[in-house]
Design a protein around this ligand. Structure first.
Ligand code: SF4
Ligand code: SF4
Length: 145
């Protein structure tokens, strides 16, 4: 179990995470909400679940404290997390900002997630070819660009 966060611990995590060259991006279109990633992530509150039942639930990664350890991407039973270069998600607060499709119900009802995670509002789908290519290897069903 990761140790709980306090202000000092979070500040240290943010400092360390700022050096991470890769971040974990959850593809919401394939996430089942099984919470395995949350169980393995060593950083408290880095991956958060939202929604109370399918299809409204999912998880997102807080990029400011993701240290890029890859444990979640290795252990996700549904192979729906990819480690992407930090530069590819620059300016994004969470992996909700980095979705390649805006089909999940959370985009229709942003109140499902805390206010701090609603930074996706007004943004369009991610088209960065680095990100899209990483997920196409995993999920050939994704639309190509
Ligand atoms: S382990 Fe994978 S499928 Fe399960 S909640 Fe995390 S991202 Fe979603
Ligand atoms: S890469 Fe590591 S720190 Fe980042 S979300 Fe996955 S398990 Fe957590």
């Amino acid at each position: 179990m990761p140790a709980p966060q306090n202000a000092a611990r979070r500040a240290a995590l943010v400092k360390g995470a700022s050096k991470a060259k890769i971040k974990a991006l959850v593809d919401l279109s394939a996430c089942t909400g099984c919470e395995v990633c949350i169980a393995v992530c060593p950083v408290p509150d880095c991956i958060e679940k939202f929604g109370d039942e399918p299809p409204n639930w999912g998880v997102y990664v807080n990029y400011d404290i993701c240290i890029g350890c890859q444990l979640c991407s290795k252990d996700c039973p549904w192979d729906t997390i990819r480690m992407v270069p930090t530069g590819a998600v620059e300016g994004h607060t969470t992996s909700l900002d980095s979705q390649m499709a805006r089909t999940h119900p959370v985009f229709e009802n942003p109140l499902t997630v805390p206010e701090s995670a609603r930074t996706f509002i007004g943004k369009g789908p991610v088209t960065d070819p680095v990100v899209v290519n990483l997920f196409q290897k995993q999920n050939p069903g994704l639309p190509s660009k």
